[in-house]
Structures are given as C-alpha cells and as structure tokens.
Write a protein that binds this ligand. Structure first.
Ligand code: GBH
Length: 495
C-alpha cells in the first residue's frame, strides 16, 4: 500500500526544519544566488524519505551501562561488577560503579528524551536489583527504581520498552549454579521475568527477553572478553547457547502467564547479518539461506523449534543435550522480533555448493567507524529485517538498537560536531525507510544510545550517545546528532 504524503511549500518546509525564525534570506538559496533551475529535492523530501504514520521513534540504554549506584538500595552484585573489577578486563581499567549515574539523574534523562521528541524508551531492568541473590526474596526497593522511572516516562508521554536481561546476571547465580552453564539459571530467569511482568505490565506493554544472546554466549563463555570471562570447550559453549535460548523461551511463557492481557514479548537479537553482495534473486535467496544457517543456535531455533541439520552435523558429538520439550519452549510464539543492527557480518553470493551460498571475504580496505568491529554497511538495515520477515513470516519487527561510536571531541565552541555519526545514521535510516516503504513490518526504531555510557570491555573509550557525557561531572551535552535525530522524528522522515 502506498502511503499518502503531504507536499510542503518552501515556507512550510522552512518552518518545519526550523529555519523560518532566521528569515527568508537564510533559506538555502541565498541572496545573490541565481535561482533559475528547477526545484530539486527539498519539496519531495517527505515523499522519498517518509516513515509510516505512528512509527515509534526512541532511544535505548541498558542498566549496567548507565545506572551506576551498584550497591544502592539493596542491589546485589552482578557478573559485570565482578568482571569490571578484575584487573586487565576493561580497556581503560574503568568500571560502571557510577557510570552515567542514571539511577539518580533519570529525571534529567527523561527530559533529554523529551527534548528529542522521542515517543519511546528502551531500557533494561537489572535482575540483581530485583533479586539480589538471583532467586529467593525479592528486593522491593530495587523494583521501585523502575516504578519511579516508569512514572516519569508516563508523565512525559514516553512509552517504556523493557529488556529483562542485558547481561548483568546476579553474581550469586554464577557462584551457585555456574550461571548459564546450568539450566537452573534459565529457570531462575523465568521466575524473575514472571515477577517483573506481574508488577510492571500495568505500564510496560512491550518486554524483550534477552539482549543479544550471541554476545553473551560467545564473548562471555567462548573468548572470555565479556563477563563471566569463561573460555569453555565447544561442547560447553553449545550447552550454554542452548540454556540461553531456553531462558528466552521460558521468559516468553512467564510474561504471557503473569503479564496483563495484551502484554507483548519477544527477543532482541543481534542476528548474524547476511547481505546479498549484488542484488540478484539468486544472491538474495543465498543471503536468506545464510541468515537461517548462521543464526541456527539463536533466532532460527527460536522461530522454528529445531536446530538445523547443518548445525547438528557440524556440532557432532559436541551438540547440546536437549529434549523435544526444550525445543517447544524455546520456540514459544513471540509477538515481535527485536533486531539490534550495526554492521554487515557477511556479503553473500549464491554458490553451487551444498549450502547454496558463499561468504565473500572482507577486503582490508573496507571502511570502519571508530569501533573497529563496526564496518559501516547501511544496507544491513534493509536486509536483516527483510530476511527475518520472509524466512519466518514475522509480522512485527522493532529495530531495538542502531548507532555508532565516534571520537566526539568538543570543538572550540563546545559543540560536538559528530558529522560521522550523522552520516552513519542518515544512511542507515534511508535503508530503514526503504524497508518500511516496501512493506517490511517494522514498527519502530531505538537509537543506541541516548547518551555515552559504559561500553563493556571498551570501558568509556567508545562513545555511542546522542548526548555527550562528562564521566567526571556526569554532565550531559547534546551532540549535533541529537539535532539530526530531533529533526528526523519531527518530520517522520530522514533528515
Ligand atoms: C550492542 O552490541 C549491545 O547490545 C550494547 O550493549 C552495546 O553498547 C552496543 O551494541 C554497542 O556496541 O570486540 O571484535 O569481539 C552490538 C553488537 C556484537 C558489537 C559483538 C561488538 C564484538 C566484536 N556487538 N561485537 S569484538
């Protein structure tokens, strides 16, 4: 269905983008410039770059990365507290003990969201605030922080989207059960999810289960670069992956059983992204097959309720122990799929081999953003949601994260002119717009991140925020990209 759009006059357009106050002489065609050519571009902007009515624009953060206040009001320690305090674990030796102090400054942060015109906020709930020991007695003071936050959001007309697990596992569960190496942790996660859904679903209508299963599995338990810093065997890693998927499924069921009617739940995955190197029907099909195979232990098993043949064959004797009932739980129907989208993992070409696809190696010259893992490939924003919608007939998708870090040095006038971030966002959002215009069912977009925060093992060295944070004084300052995002939200079109 083609979406109706409004054509703006030059004056209307100027008023929308905020130039009207500057007077006509400040319009793009300045005095002394001949204006004999045809109107180009600006009048048609909303037609080319508009999003569906009601598209949800938001920003995202996670508890450990922003809250600080790690021992306030009865919060228990998490595996990330332990890990960050381990010498050598974090690039700049920092911890998130105080982070951005969002725990105390949340009212100011809600005002920052409001000033962007954002209508939604994706945050995560710290399990060790709610259950300091992971299981057992809840800590009402811990949940109260989220009650205060929800009230503040509601007072400003901002809809909450809550992630139940963004990697801050209660340390007690690591000590007691071995964390995700044990299915007991998956069960404990479900009990925690039930408790939270019961108490918050009067206001929270959208829950995400686990943020990026792959990273907590691979980096947390494979390379040891993330908490809990384990380096397991392949068999051990496959078992952790299974328990994490099981935790997702059990949490979906818990939210359904304990949330109010109409509470919606789904994952927030950083799917391995597969881009057709050249857009031909054969390559598109190959990229879809690659997406299915390369996410076999994550989205594919969640959506299909089985491990693919290739996954099991490749794992061989290291395949995870599991039951048919586990697979049924893991594939509990979800209401939407959340996708964190950053970088193209693979450019794919069709191939005459058993798998039907080949992965192109990255040339050394492929560009990178400040974080060296972040290769800019805006088209990943189009292809990943499209593959997910087509492979599994998914009817509702949210982009749960997208953004980039930058060097973000304030200029002499104090402004952070982060035009690299603006370039990145403009191009990714243009691809997002293509997706929505072609009918990929994407309901909203959460920019990572509202503000600079603790970037895991990179400490404070990678800044992803629209707002610059001085980590000494905790002062927030809008970067130029905040204006870009405000403009985009106001026009519901790529600015
Ligand atoms: C997300 O991960 C996280 O959800 C969020 O908390 C984080 O702050 C944000 O993105 C920015 O990074 O170091 O070479 O092993 C993004 C996807 C996948 C990016 C794993 C880093 C590790 C690359 N991440 N990847 S490497």
């Amino acid at each position: 269905m083609k979406r109706a759009f409004t054509r703006f006059s030059r004056r209307q357009f100027a008023s929308i983008v905020g130039w009207s106050a500057l007077g006509a002489s400040m319009l793009p065609v300045g005095p002394g410039l001949a204006q004999s050519g045809p109107e180009i571009g600006l009048r048609d902007r909303s037609a080319r770059s508009g999003f569906p009515d009601g598209f949800v624009w938001g920003t995202a953060t996670s508890s450990y990365q922003v809250e600080g206040a790690v021992d306030k009001d009865g919060r228990g320690p998490s595996i990330w507290d332990r890990f960050a305090h381990t010498p050598g674990a974090i690039a700049d030796q920092s911890t998130a003990d105080t982070a951005t102090d969002h725990y105390h400054l949340y009212k100011e942060d809600v005002r920052l969201m409001k000033s962007l015109g954002a209508r939604a906020y994706r945050f995560s709930i710290a399990w060790p605030r709610v259950f300091p020991e992971g299981v057992g007695s809840p800590n009402p003071k811990g949940l109260d922080f989220y009650n205060r936050l929800l009230d503040e959001l509601s007072a400003h007309g901002i809809a909450p989207y809550a992630t139940l697990y963004h990697w801050d596992l209660p340390q007690a569960l690591q000590d007691r059960f071995g964390g995700w190496t044990s299915r007991d942790t998956a069960k404990a996660f479900a009990d925690y999810a039930a408790y939270v859904a019961e108490r918050l679903s009067d206001r929270v209508k959208h829950f995400f289960t686990i943020n990026e299963c792959a990273r907590l599995v691979q980096l947390g338990h494979g390379t040891g670069a993330d908490a809990p810093g384990l380096k397991l065997s392949q068999a051990g890693l496959n078992q952790v992956r299974h328990h994490v998927a099981l935790g997702h499924g059990l949490a979906v069921q818990a939210v359904r059983a304990h949330g109010r009617a109409g509470t919606r739940v789904g994952p927030a995955e950083n799917a391995v992204s597969c881009i057709p190197a050249i857009e031909t029907p054969a390559n598109v099909r190959a990229a879809e097959m690659a997406t299915r195979e390369l996410n076999a232990g994550y989205l594919t098993v969640m959506m299909e309720g089985k491990y693919t043949d290739a996954y099991l064959t490749q794992a061989g004797r290291d395949a995870p122990d599991h039951t048919a009932e586990d697979l049924r739980v893991i594939s509990s129907p979800v209401d939407f799929v959340g996708l964190n989208i950053y970088t193209p993992d693979h450019y794919v070409v069709a191939a005459d081999n058993e798998r039907g696809f080949a992965l192109a190696p990255f040339p050394a010259s492929f560009p990178r953003m400040k974080a060296t893992w972040l290769r800019p490939g805006p088209e990943t924003m189009y292809w990943v949601p499209r593959h997910v919608a087509r492979l599994w007939n998914v009817k509702s998708i949210y982009i749960t994260e997208n953004g980039t870090s930058g060097s973000d040095q304030p200029a002499a006038d104090g402004t952070v002119y982060d035009v690299d971030r603006i370039m990145f966002l403009r191009n990714y959002l243009t691809q997002l717009q293509r997706a929505t215009a072609e009918g990929v069912p994407i309901g909203g977009y959460f920019l990572w991140s509202l503000m600079d925060n603790f970037e895991w093992s990179d400490g404070f060295e990678q800044r992803f925020g629209l707002y610059h944070v001085d980590f000494e004084t905790k002062r927030r300052t809008a970067k130029l990209s905040a204006s870009f995002y405000r403009e985009t939200i106001a026009r519901n079109a790529v600015a």
